[in-house]
Design a protein around this ligand. Structure first.
Ligand code: AMP
Ligand code: TRP
Length: 366
């Protein structure tokens, strides 16, 4: 569909959302969410450009983003570089990481014909709305949020004001597009609760503009480190052997899975509390193939752990290899990545400006 036509359609939809959003919802309790008809669903999510995503990011969230494209028509995904600079960044590394994240999202199956994929800093209205929402957010509320509490504990670094107000920017990202459904991980729950409060509070104080968004949780279990299955697989994992990156070679994937920490029982069984290592492998398997953990245990009960690891390595390789090849190919043509972002920016800016016109007027600006 032509860009202009697509933008007009999206715009018409956000206006429709604003008109049909029932006021009752604003005054009802959080538990009483409105049921949003499919055609009014606006999906929004963001991911920080922190380098090549790992298997946990992919299975936990990116795969769900890709699947949502088959279910809904109005989807916006943003590479949130403004969020990334809340902690210190090397400028050339940040630029490189933005390209890497765009290439990875495309390689994983985000289709710019189905989703608006854009760079947060290229749509100025995010920071403008962030400021306005910041003026109706209390200091006390922000100080309680887990990400701030966690990151500001690190005495070796002085936390920035940006890190503190990070969740307000996240709320602005979501509300700017009158988003209704937000696919994110469990760790973002409190940020969404703040966003919900801000939408209700703004609508009540100034007039109805925003919809109250709801979370779409991933069905995938949190993927754990292959070396320390008690912790989640993470970019900051001290042991790179605990993490599989989307650009890892087949040999590396195989070696990391073979070396994954399990236990002394050579059997395939699903028991998160007592057998976290094997359970994590089964979770990875389930997330790759869509089979249930029960079915996997039933099918492979006769395998030893070593045999099961070899089988899983093949499964993960067949999932990751085509993605890796596409990432490398996409990264060799940055002008293409740039043009995808330009196209996303064009659409996102029109919708964002439409919302901001109402916001500015309601707030009292002239
Ligand atoms: P992060 O890498 O922490 O910036 O997270 C980016 C997204 O990936 C967030 O939505 C997280 O919830 C999700 N995520 C990060 N690590 C994992 C993991 N180990 N398993 C599943 N999802 C994850
Ligand atoms: N805070 C999210 C994370 O760390 C990233 C993010 C920024 C986001 N803005 C968003 C996620 C809006 C969902 C919606 O993963």
């Amino acid at each position: 569909m032509a860009l202009r036509q697509r933008t007009a359609l999206l715009l018409r939809r956000t206006r429709l959302c604003a008109e049909t959003a029932g006021y009752r919802r604003m005054t009802t309790k959080r538990r009483h969410r409105e049921v949003v008809p499919d055609e009014e669903v606006q999906v929004f999510s963001g991911i920080q450009p922190t380098g090549i995503p790992h298997l946990g990011n992919y299975l936990g969230v990116i795969k769900m983003w890709v699947r949502l494209q088959e279910q809904y028509h109005n989807i916006m995904y943003s590479v949130v570089d403004l969020h990334a600079i809340t902690v210190r960044q090397d400028p050339s590394e940040l630029r490189e990481n933005i390209f890497k994240m765009v290439a990875c999202l495309l390689a994983c199956g985000i289709d710019p014909e189905k989703s608006v994929l854009f760079l947060q800093s290229q749509v100025r209205q995010h920071t403008e709305l962030c400021w306005i929402l910041g003026c109706i957010t209390t200091n006390a509320r922000l100080g309680l949020l887990p990400q701030w509490k966690e990151k500001s504990k690190d005495n070796t670094k002085t936390p920035s004001v940006g890190l503190y107000t990070y969740p307000v920017l996240q709320a602005a990202d979501i509300l700017l597009y009158k988003s209704t459904h937000i696919p994110i991980g469990e760790d973002q729950k409190q940020h969404l609760a703040l966003c919900e409060d801000l939408a209700i509070s703004f609508n009540n104080k100034f007039g109805k503009v925003f919809r109250v968004p709801q979370i779409l949780y991933s069905e995938t279990a949190r993927i754990k480190s292959l070396r320390h299955p008690e912790y989640k697989m993470s970019k900051s994992d001290k042991s790179p052997k605990g993490r599989i990156d989307l650009t890892d070679s087949n040999e590396d994937i195989s070696a990391k899975i073979k070396m994954a920490v399990t236990d002394f029982t050579s059997q395939i069984s699903y028991d998160r509390a007592n057998r976290p290592g094997v359970t994590n492998l089964i979770d990875i398997h389930a997330a790759c193939t869509g089979e249930t953990p029960e079915k996997i245990c039933e099918t492979y009960s006769s395998l030893t752990t070593a045999e099961y690891k070899a089988l899983l390595a093949d499964i993960v390789i067949s999932e990751i290899q085509p993605i890796r090849e596409r990432i490398l190919w996409l990264l060799s043509d940055k002008s293409h990545l740039q043009s995808v972002l330009n196209q996303g920016q064009e659409v996102a800016s029109v919708i964002a400006e439409d919302t901001m016109k109402d916001v500015r007027r309601l707030v009292g600006f002239i």
